[in-house]
Design a protein around this ligand. Structure first.
Ligand SMILES: NC(=O)CC(=O)C(=O)O
Length: 301
């Protein structure tokens, strides 16, 4: 269906290799909302637009809402430092406050896309996850920074501005275990495989693929991560702004565990709302038991 705290409350952003999280058994079906937002150079306008879009998703029944990569700030080196906020000082962070308030007043889980975070003199491309009580549950700092140089096509160097995160993020929410990656993180199958191994049933990737890479790779990457791991993959992008310096592909999408596209969009501003049914995962894994067929004994030798 489509319709046009404190740092101590972070539950876990890093997993020890032996740690196995438990999947809550009580939730099997719910709706997810992907807010494909139009991003401007006015932060307050971006916050207001995101707040309205979250409300629209909730009105369509969403219990989990995902925002795009860099939704409070244009995806441009000219803006990252100016728009950065320090989440440790949450009262001085309008983005943190808005997401916390929205999650609490609607009683939903929000994967808050990503925004520039300033911390200890560094900038990070960071996604915050909030629970229905409005508390911060996890914080994912983009691990794989988008450095690309394709002559005559696209050059972008995130590492000139951002430091990379060092931790995978899997978060236990009221809609089950969610793995988090940001955009370029989707290209690394090892991260998705780790999330699957730890019990994630859905991986959320806020992203802002460029039109150069997006047409060929955006859908392929999502479907590959879903097929490899037999779980749901949700992506959420900003909408395309033809006046911006970085042309965004859009196409926020929900993919199911057999790699099927459940819902998607074009490049315009919209909210995608679709159903996640976890029983599809069990069905797919039973019919095609990749986990049992896996030959881990030979891959690493
Ligand atoms: N924002 C990104 O990481 C962009 C990306 O990965 C792309 O291909 O475009």
């Amino acid at each position: 269906m489509m319709a046009s705290s404190t740092p101590s409350s972070i539950e876990h952003t890093m997993l020890a290799a032996s740690e196995q999280l438990q999947v809550p058994s009580n939730i099997t079906k719910f709706k997810i909302g992907l807010c494909q937002l139009s991003v401007t150079s006015e932060k307050n306008q971006n916050l207001a637009c995101a707040r309205n879009s979250i409300k629209a998703a909730v009105e369509c029944g969403a219990r989990l809402v995902v925002l795009p990569e860099m939704w409070n700030c244009p995806y441009s080196n000219d803006y990252f430092a100016k728009f950065a906020e320090d989440f440790e000082n949450e009262d001085a962070s309008p983005t943190f406050s808005m997401l916390s308030e929205a999650a609490c007043s609607h009683g939903i889980t929000i994967v808050g896309g990503s925004v520039p975070e300033s911390s200890d003199g560094q900038l990070y491309n960071t996604s915050c996850v909030f629970g229905p009580d409005g508390k911060l549950k996890a914080k994912h700092r983009k691990i794989h920074l988008f450095d690309i140089e394709i002559p005559g096509d696209i050059t972008f160097k995130e590492s000139d501005f951002f430091a990379a995160g060092d931790n995978p993020t899997i978060v236990d929410t009221d809609v089950g275990l969610i793995g988090i990656g940001i955009c370029h993180d989707i290209r690394f199958p090892e991260l998705a495989a780790l999330y699957r191994e730890k019990g994630a049933r859905i991986i959320c990737y806020p992203g802002a693929f460029n039109i150069s890479t997006g047409e060929l790779l955006w859908e392929v990457m999502q479907r590959a991560r879903a097929a490899d791991n037999q779980l749901f993959v949700a992506t959420c992008s900003p909408s395309r702004d033809s006046s911006g310096s970085y042309a965004i592909w859009g196409h926020s999408t929900l993919v199911g565990p057999s790699s099927e596209i459940i819902a998607t969009s074009g490049h315009e501003e919209t909210v995608v709302v679709a159903e996640i049914d976890y029983s599809k995962i069990e069905l797919q894994r039973k019919g095609l038991p990749l986990d049992k067929q896996k030959r881990a004994d030979i891959y690493l030798s």
